[in-house]
Design a protein around this ligand. Structure first.
Ligand SMILES: Nc1ncnc2c1ncn2[C@@H]1O[C@H](COP(=O)(O)OP(=O)(O)O)[C@@H](O)[C@H]1O
Ligand SMILES: O=C[C@H](O)COP(=O)(O)O
Length: 629
């Protein structure tokens, strides 16, 4: 697949840098993936709305920043959540008197990282509310019982309504209520004859050779395979497809559509569909709604709202404005339709009314970070500064190591090398069962840690500051679900080890102390991690490696055997059905709910492929264990 940009980092840097050119009131902080509005908010405004997520879904969210929609956006790598550190930077770009509403898309990494950023901002005294958005109707309630519905086109709709409500001066509780009402009343399903391609990444095997005539129905926006493959040899396959999609929306168990309800139809380009085809979809969808369902949408929105790179498909959404209005009970005296129609300076939003003219002082928007798009950039927030100065001085590490701290350095090094060696496999597996970013997420963390080690920036003399530094490093360099979980786990290890001896202490009990302390800390940290994820053994996540590892340590089996247990646990994920994380969307309709799949094209999509996160964790543990043999 040819692209104009083949280096994703360069691509993201240029795309973010372009935003002030497109809307002069914007400024960017490229290193943090943040775009923010510098236009002075009207005095009656009390709320800033922020949204973000992985890149690759533009205009969401970089191009939704501006008067009337978002105050700031924050973007991670392609298809990977930004870290909480970066999200906190976006929060810090808002007027300090404003309450914040974070619009979170329902994906594991986004939920972890945005909620963690909210926690940090609250610690800094900010008022932060959140709304989580999931509108996909392609998967059955049983299939997504744990992971929840994916966030698709509802997200930009919620951003628009929330931004307009904030612009009208409503308080954060009211803006949240309206946003939740909209989020709960959108139903979306996507379809595409082909997946998208991530610049710079290897092509999935079937990408170039796939000449079949099917269209995937209910596929995700990160290349998660569709819930169903539709093969249709009739002259008008699009009509059957669109009928099927609308039927699934109208009969979905998630959102009700009554005969008298007013709806808005949204036809969203998934990124690579020609406009003429997109308009064709609008025509057919409107006709199907009118003729077969007696539904006359109040308004039809068409364009790119939530894309998936260059995917040549579309999604259909219906927003039930009657029910959304009834949920929020006319709070603030406005209706959802009013808010959708409110003017905005955001040019990526389709013109439903005249855009507002904003005059912006040039100097106000000059602040730009000229370095590359670098999610590994080290940043210190107010919260982190307090902690770092209490606990760790990253700059002042001795380069002359005691034997014990040298061993620790070797273990860290070896764990990183094991991850880097595993990266191609992790990427391959995640491409087949997830969104393909797991390998680069893990290797990003490993490279950042190796760089810190090489620069003597890791405190190797005591485990508590060491794990604290590691938590900061993975948080800023990884992103995604894995980055958030590692940051939480290492942070918890650090807290649990704060009473442990210095590793440099030259006495015979050091080794004993370390294994005792580490075992107890590993168990405490696992408990803390469980506050953030419900994953158990058998859910096909990285916990399938971490839990057996911790149990083996608890049984006194020693690190080498514990590493074998982690490996075994990780390998066994190959025979598990995912119920959490991105892979949950790639599994079968085990409950048989896809009654339309008559030709049984819906085969098991994870045959003998281990969970990449679990294999990554096992590689880390194996790398560490190798140093203690
Ligand atoms: N809820 C969860 N709890 C624990 N681990 C999870 C969860 N969801 C996903 N994972 C792990 O995260 C790995 C993917 O990591 P990553 O690529 O960072 O995720 P994402 O693509 O969602 O950002 C999966 O292979 C799985 O091991
Ligand atoms: O684009 C991807 C999502 O916004 C991030 O979700 P994830 O980190 O769970 O993959």
């Amino acid at each position: 697949m040819k692209h104009i940009f083949n280096d994703p980092n360069e691509l993201l840097k240029c795309a973010i840098n372009a935003q002030p050119t497109l809307n002069p009131s914007l400024a960017v902080d490229v290193a943090q993936g943040v775009v923010y509005d510098t236009h002075s908010p009207t005095p009656h405004r009390r709320v800033s709305v922020i949204a973000g997520g992985g890149s690759g879904h533009e205009p969401a969210h970089v191009s939704l920043v501006g008067t009337g929609i978002l105050q700031a956006s924050v973007s991670g790598h392609i298809f990977a959540s930004p870290s909480s550190t970066h999200i906190l930077h976006a929060i810090q770009r808002t007027p300090p008197t404003h309450a914040i509403l974070l619009i979170i898309n329902q994906y594991t990494g986004d939920k972890l990282n945005f909620n963690r950023a909210a926690q940090k901002a609250r610690y800094d005294g900010r008022v932060v509310h959140t709304v989580t958005v999931g509108d996909d109707v392609s998967l059955s309630p049983t299939a997504i019982a744990k992971v929840g519905r994916r966030g698709l086109t509802a997200n930009p709709l919620v951003c628009k309504v929330a931004g307009a409500a904030a612009e009208r001066g409503l308080d954060v509780e009211a803006v949240q209520l309206i946003s939740e009402a909209v989020a709960a009343n959108v139903a979306t399903i996507g379809a595409s004859p082909q997946h998208c391609h991530v610049p710079g990444r290897e092509r999935a095997q079937d990408e170039s050779t796939d000449n079949s005539l099917y269209v995937e129905l209910g596929l995700g926006i990160h290349n998660e395979p569709g819930a169903k493959k539709v093969v249709d040899n009739s002259h008008s396959p699009h009509t059957h497809l669109i009928q099927d999609m609308l039927l699934r929306i109208l009969s979905s168990p998630y959102t009700a559509f009554g005969d008298e309800d007013d709806v808005i139809l949204v036809v969203n380009n998934l990124g690579g569909l020609s406009l003429v085809e997109l308009y064709g979809v609008v025509g057919v969808a409107s006709e199907v709604l009118t003729r077969q369902h007696a539904i006359h949408p109040l308004h039809t929105l068409v364009g790119s709202f939530m894309t998936s790179l260059n995917m040549p498909g579309f999604s259909l959404s219906l927003l039930n404005v009657t029910r959304a209005d009834s949920v929020c009970g006319g709070v603030g005296g406005v209706s959802v339709v009013d808010l959708l129609y409110d003017p905005t300076a955001v040019t990526a939003w389709p013109a439903m009314s005249m855009g507002k003219n904003t005059s912006i002082e040039q100097e106000e928007r000059q602040e730009r970070v000229e370095d590359g798009y670098d999610v590994g950039a080290e940043v210190e927030t107010k919260t982190e500064q307090n902690k770092t100065h209490d606990k760790v001085n990253l700059e002042a590490q001795p380069s002359t190591l005691t034997p014990h701290s040298r061993l620790i350095a070797q273990a860290v090094h070896s764990a990183c090398d094991a991850v880097l060696a595993a990266e191609p496999d992790l990427t391959h597996w995640d491409t087949l069962v997830g969104d393909g970013d797991c390998g680069t997420t893990f290797s990003g963390g490993a490279s950042a840690i190796k760089a810190a080690l090489a620069a003597d920036r890791l405190p190797l003399t005591h485990p508590a500051p060491l794990f604290y530094s590691l938590s900061l490093l993975v948080e800023s360099s990884m992103g995604g679900t894995a980055g958030a979980l590692f940051a939480l786990y290492f942070g918890a290890l650090s807290n649990a080890l704060s009473g442990a001896n210095d590793v440099g202490e030259a006495n015979a009990s050091v080794d004993v102390d370390w294994s005792v302390h580490l075992t107890s800390a590993a168990l405490t940290a696992l408990d803390e991690l469980r506050l953030f994820t419900p994953a158990q053994v058998g859910d096909r996540t990285l916990m399938d490696a971490l839990i057996p590892f911790s149990s083996a340590l608890e049984s006194g089996l020693g690190i080498a055997v514990a590493a074998q247990h982690a490996r075994k646990g990780a390998e066994e994920t190959a025979f598990m059905v995912a119920t959490l994380g991105r892979a949950a969307y790639c599994t079968d309709y085990a409950d048989g709910s896809d009654v339309n799949d008559k030709d049984n094209t819906h085969n098991n999509k994870t045959p003998n492929i281990p969970d990449p996160g679990a294999m990554g964790v096992s590689a880390i543990i194996g790398g560490i264990a190798g140093c203690f043999n």
